[in-house]
Design a protein around this ligand. Structure first.
Ligand code: AMP
Length: 142
């Protein structure tokens, strides 16, 4: 299973904001879209990623005033991405070792999607179920 097939199932849509968007506006987007992160885009360039954890950290460090600051003050700037040819196993490895739950998908210089840990778990469960089904069929016919 590759990132390409994951995106074929879930689509290529990525929710993004501009670096100058206020944290409170970004929080509203996270809440209304039921998502855990937004990419921070400057035109077609990825400037950073803002996850709910970054919001919590900003509130803890700077209090409610942080909500009026731009997302650029709270986002992670060094964004790790993956490619369409990467495997599900590789995504699990990166998400576990780097301790984050979102990976933008970049091909060349172009953002083409985003994979979350929820997508990964869902597909891994489907893979397990298919493997079990195949084993059951094999045992029945052996
Ligand atoms: P998450 O677990 O994805 O909600 O994010 C945990 C922390 O990792 C936050 O500080 C995020 O900004 C950061 N983060 C999430 N995804 C990425 C990514 N793909 N590359 C770099 N940092 C990330």
């Amino acid at each position: 299973m590759t990132v390409r097939s994951i995106l074929e199932g879930k689509g290529h849509q990525v929710v993004s904001v501009e670096p100058g968007t206020t944290l409170s506006a970004a929080v509203k987007i996270l809440s209304e879209r039921h998502i855990g992160s937004v990419l921070v885009m400057n035109g077609t360039r990825i400037d950073g990623i803002l996850s709910e954890r970054d919001v919590v950290r900003a509130l803890d460090e700077r209090g409610a005033g942080a909500l009026d600051e731009p997302v650029s003050a709270a986002m992670t700037r060094k964004v790790v991405s993956c490619r369409l040819s990467d495997t599900l196993a590789y995504l699990m490895e990166v998400m576990t070792s780097e301790r984050f739950r979102h990976l933008p998908v970049v091909e060349g210089d172009r953002l083409v999607g985003l994979v979350s840990i929820g997508d990964v778990v869902k597909l891994r469960v489907q893979e397990y179920e298919a493997e079990q089904e195949a084993l059951r069929d094999y045992i029945k016919t052996a």
